[in-house]
Design a binder for this molecule. Structure first.
Ligand SMILES: NC(=O)C1=CN([C@@H]2O[C@H](COP(=O)(O)OP(=O)(O)OC[C@H]3O[C@@H](n4cnc5c(N)ncnc54)[C@H](OP(=O)(O)O)[C@@H]3O)[C@@H](O)[C@H]2O)C=CC1
Ligand SMILES: CC(=O)N[C@@H](CCC(=O)OP(=O)(O)O)C(=O)O
Length: 311
């Protein structure tokens, strides 16, 4: 079976990465607009309604506009922007989130690709909330660093043209980051986490961390119990892997999963087992964006979910 796919925003950072992953796949026929037409509303509307699948790699407002241009009921949409991640009528495109999520995605007409930060946060926290180890009303904190391609063409230029010379900068200091609603909703928690993002002088890669005071949690789980819940959650996943703490290699790098579409989770505990640090690594352009979009497309079209991915 061949499906037609139109990437709206194909010349952007995420769009280009998706094109790379789809290139050379016989089962996919790409609909492309040339440079002179790619922002022409009429041409975009034609392509949006001609494709079996549309992948939106646009700023939020342009993504909303693109959805409004679709009148073909057969066109199925994957939106990589933030516009629809907590919206009614959209299925959250994180197949590993719940046991039935991949099936929901397979049947959905509209799928929102998760944000890169929520992908790491939810991979660490959602299984613990589901297992009752972290109560829904708990106060959780999430910190981390992203490669600068996470900010798209504008931030890439800022880091590469000499405008920004730092090695590492904290941001999100209004404590109102656009990813908070999806973190709270899809973790099924009563409050958003305290979120402390940073951007580092690396093109791609992310390290996302959640600390837990285990002694303070109602069920006082050990680090091993936390690791076991995560291992059980991702046992069948070809994309999320739980890396055991071997007690020796206790360094985790931002670039751990850069250049791949996988996501790795790790749990480290203090000697007295009262504290834990949960760490997720991924590529912001891989499982954090393009890899996730291609995985969702594969699931929706009935292909092997890992087709075209680098694992
Ligand atoms: N970068 C990342 O790591 C991640 C990005 N995302 C999301 O993916 C989406 C795309 O981000 P990213 O690729 O980084 O951004 P970029 O800025 O790199 O690319 C956006 C692209 O959209 C094009 N564009 C803007 N407005 C229109 C329009 N009205 N019609 C057609 N094309 C338009 C831009 O054109 P032009 O080239 O002329 O500027 C550009 O090519 C965003 O919503 C972002 O939040 C999600 C997860 C991670
Ligand atoms: C380093 C950096 O700035 N990252 C972006 C998030 C990138 C991402 O996940 O994309 P969405 O915009 O689709 O949510 C930020 O924090 O706003």
């Amino acid at each position: 079976m061949t499906v037609s796919v139109f990437i709206d925003g194909a010349a952007g950072t995420t769009g280009l990465e998706i094109r790379e992953r789809l290139a050379g796949r016989d089962e996919i026929a790409l609909i492309a607009l040339d440079d002179a037409q790619r922002k022409n509303a009429k041409k975009r509307a034609e392509a949006l309604n001609a494709a079996n699948f549309v992948i939106l790699c646009l700023p939020d407002d342009a993504a909303r506009e693109a959805v409004s241009l679709i009148n073909n009921p057969e066109t199925r949409v994957i939106d990589a922007s933030t516009a629809h991640r907590v919206a009614d009528g959209w299925t959250y495109g994180f197949p590993e989130l719940e046991p039935a999520q991949a099936q929901r995605i397979a049947e959905a007409p509209r799928v929102s690709n998760p944000g890169c930060w929520p992908t790491g946060f939810l991979a660490l926290v959602r299984p613990l909330v589901r297992a009752g180890l972290v109560p829904p009303e708990w106060s959780v904190t999430v910190s981390g660093a992203s490669g600068y391609s996470g900010g798209g063409k504008t931030m890439i230029a800022e880091f590469e043209d000499g405008t920004e010379t730092t090695g590492f900068r904290s941001y999100g200091l209004d404590l109102d980051h656009k990813h908070l609603p999806e973190m709270q909703k899809h973790a099924r928690m009563e409050h958003p986490p305290i979120f402390m993002p940073a951007v580092a002088r690396a093109y791609r890669g992310m390290l996302i961390e959640v600390p837990l005071a285990l002694y303070y949690l109602p069920r006082k789980p050990s680090p091993a119990q936390i690791a076991q819940v995560l291992a059980d959650a991702y046992r069948d996943s070809p994309i999320v892997r739980v890396v055991e703490d071997d007690g020796e290699t206790r360094l985790v790098r931002l670039e751990e999963d850069a250049g791949t579409d996988r996501l790795s989770v790790r749990v480290f505990g203090s000697p007295d087992r009262s504290h834990a640090r949960l760490i997720a690594t991924l590529d912001n352009l891989g499982k954090g964006a393009a890899g996730a979009a291609v995985q969702n497309l594969n699931i929706m079209a009935g292909f092997d979910q890992t087709a075209g991915l680098v694992l």
